[in-house]
Write a protein that binds this ligand. Structure first.
Ligand code: NI
Length: 185
């Protein structure tokens, strides 16, 4: 329906704790329109995910994944296209009981041109609802878990640079990775 402007870091609207979508408003024109705008905007920006606050919508709605490998993430495993509303994330321990973190590079459409190494929970369970109000309950790891944590962070007012611990591994994509196709998420 519409490609929307993506807010950039520094905009106070990215720092809000987004509102839960009303339980009696699933499968509504308003939610479907919001999801369509997120999808159109994410596709136009070639993003791996997009959260409603990034287009100025103060709701707990995120979109992520794609039907195939993202050409900007060569070799990265497929993440199913997902609309996730009112999510809850639970970090899951490894078999030995430890809550493990993994580090990897991230970017964000709200932080264009930059990349940083971000620690994330290696394995999570995420729960929530799709746009119809049907429950989603998945246990995932790796890149899938990273994408979910990054997108849901937008709902709590967190941008990935706030989670960078080692700023020697934070900088401009075209400098860090010269010659590599650089995109912003
Ligand atoms: Ni982001």
């Amino acid at each position: 329906m519409a490609i929307r402007d993506i807010l950039k870091m520094g905009d106070a609207r990215l720092l809000r704790h987004a509102q839960a979508w009303p339980a009696d408003q699933f499968d509504s024109p308003a939610l479907h329109a919001l999801v369509q705008d997120l999808a159109d905007t994410m596709r136009a920006a070639q993003g791996a995910g997009l959260a409603a606050p990034q287009i100025g919508e103060d709701w707990q709605v995120v979109l992520f994944g794609s039907p195939d490998l993202n050409p900007r993430y060569p070799g990265r495993p497929l993440v199913p296209p997902t609309v996730l509303v009112n999510p809850v994330i639970t970090p899951l321990p490894d078999a030995d009981g430890t809550l493990r973190e993994e580090e990897d590079w991230e970017g964000c459409l709200s932080v264009p041109g930059l990349r940083g190494v971000v620690p994330r929970h290696a394995r999570i369970r995420y729960q929530g609802f799709d746009a119809l109000g049907d429950p989603i309950d998945r246990t995932v790891d790796g890149f899938h878990a990273r994408v979910v944590q990054h997108e849901c962070d937008h709902l709590w007012g967190k941008l990935y640079p706030m989670r960078v611990r080692d700023f020697s591994r934070f900088g401009f994509a075209d400098v860090l990775f010269p010659g590599v196709l650089a995109a912003d998420d």
